[in-house]
Ligand binder design. Structure first.
Ligand code: HEM
Ligand code: FES
Length: 385
């Protein structure tokens, strides 16, 4: 019987693999040399769990997984016999959930909530790593940082950020024994920057050169700017600018021509809290744009690898400081300056006279007149003397 293997094309981390009839996703990956964790090959160990970003998940592939993982599109690669094309991504720490028993809750002198608890199943973490606390029903998230050292004690200690209130589901007169869930731990900033892959000059021409790459990027950013989850990040960036930047960046990386004038992804995206799931969503829009311009699955995979390599510098769960060599700069704060010349308010366009003390956000750079600034939060109403 004739079968069209391309009908079951699997995209995974810059690889394109045609899955054969009667073959599982795991077997297709292993046959093609795609590295993926696995052990039992029989649906027991869950080592081969991946996430489906696009395509239909066969029911059998996810039936042994808890509801929250099914809802996040997780499946077991060894149990998955695709019925059509699929876009897959590795497991994300966001989908790792540990049940925990609360021992104590303390409100510290510097007004932070500190929680002491015992994980019911094994929890691997490092001090200062981030996690999300969730109610027993897995709703109502709240960010926390690990304070304890994993080798010190069996009790884990986390702290909520200053000013964050204790979620309702943790407010009990006697909290001991209360059950909640912990999502994560979430990855922290990698110690070493990404060493970009060497250029593949031939690939640029195979993709169709400047004309096709620019056309793909134009279609891609049209999707991004229309996307409810992605467009908020681009509020202050024109589409032409970002297409030009991305084009030059890719040309430099793929073709090896030094044409990119700009910052590396680590510093450009430092303030953007981008989860694995959002990164995958972006990559899927990119893949759709590449397909719409007739690129083959092989070419799509080779291009995607140049983007995928920057995932560790872009996915994060809280903003990073900007890094200039050894110098770290916090751009997520306000500064105050004395206006030499009159200017207009960035919010209401009313005049602000010369000699006014104005407060501006270091990254966004916007300044407001008295009326607009006092319309914001109480902390932002007044410039320090
Ligand atoms: C969900 C994922 C992503 C989001 C939300 C995102 C968002 C953005 C935004 C808003 C900017 C404009 C920043 C500015 O001009 O102030 C930008 C710039 C840029 N992004 Fe991304 N990005 C994502 C993923 C990526 C990936 C995977 C790459 C690598 C291929 C990348 C490479 C770049 C480059 C090269 C720039 C221009 C840097 C410059 O202005 O010097 N981005 N991105
Ligand atoms: S390899 Fe064990 S569940 Fe798939």
């Amino acid at each position: 019987m004739h079968s069209d293997n391309n009908a079951k094309m699997l995209h995974y981390q810059g690889h394109a693999v045609a899955c054969r009839d009667n073959e599982s996703v795991l077997d297709a990956f292993l046959r093609s040399g795609v590295s993926i964790p696995f052990s039992c090959k029989s649906g027991v160990c869950h080592r081969c769990m991946v996430r489906c970003i696009d395509g239909d998940i066969p029911q059998h592939a996810a039936r042994k997984l808890p509801e929250h993982q099914q809802a996040a599109g997780c499946l077991l690669a060894c149990q998955c016999h695709p019925t059509g094309p699929m876009v897959l991504a590795p497991q994300s720490p966001e989908n790792r959930v540990t049940r925990c028993l609360l021992s104590d809750v303390v409100f510290t002198e510097d007004k932070r909530w500190r929680l002491y608890f015992e994980p019911i199943t094994r929890l691997k973490y490092r001090t200062a790593q981030l996690a999300k606390l969730m109610s027993h029903e897995l709703n109502g998230e709240c960010a926390a940082t690990f304070l304890s050292s994993p080798d010190e004690d069996f009790l884990v200690v986390v702290e909520l950020e200053a000013g964050v209130r204790l979620p309702d589901w943790l407010q009990q007169p006697s909290p001991e024994g209360l059950e909640f869930c912990l999502r994560g731990p979430l990855p922290v900033e990698p110690e070493d920057p990404v060493m970009p892959m060497p250029p593949e000059p031939g690939l640029w021409d195979e993709l169709g050169g400047d004309r096709v790459v620019r056309a793909v990027l134009t279609s891609f950013y049209e999707k991004v700017y229309a996307d409810l989850e992605l467009r908020p990040f681009f509020e202050r960036v024109t589409m032409d600018r970002i297409i030009g930047k991305q084009f030059a960046f890719l040309k430099e990386n793929i073709q090896g021509e030094p044409v990119f004038l700009g910052e590396q992804p680590r510093n450009t995206h430092n303030w953007m809290v981008i989860s694995d799931a959002l990164f995958d969503h972006r990559q899927n829009l990119m893949l759709q744009a590449m397909r719409a311009h007739g690129l083959t699955d092989g070419l799509i995979a080779r291009w995607a690898r140049y983007e995928e390599q920057f995932r560790p510098e872009i996915v994060k769960y809280k903003p990073w400081l900007k890094r200039f060599g050894d110098l770290m700069v916090d751009t997520e704060q306000y500064e105050v300056c004395l206006l030499d010349e009159a200017t207009v308010c960035d919010y209401c366009e009313g005049e602000i006279p010369a000699g006014t003390l104005v407060r501006y956000h270091k990254r966004i750079g916007k300044i407001g007149c008295d009326a607009c600034v006092s319309a914001t939060t109480p902390e932002e109403q007044r410039c320090p003397p």
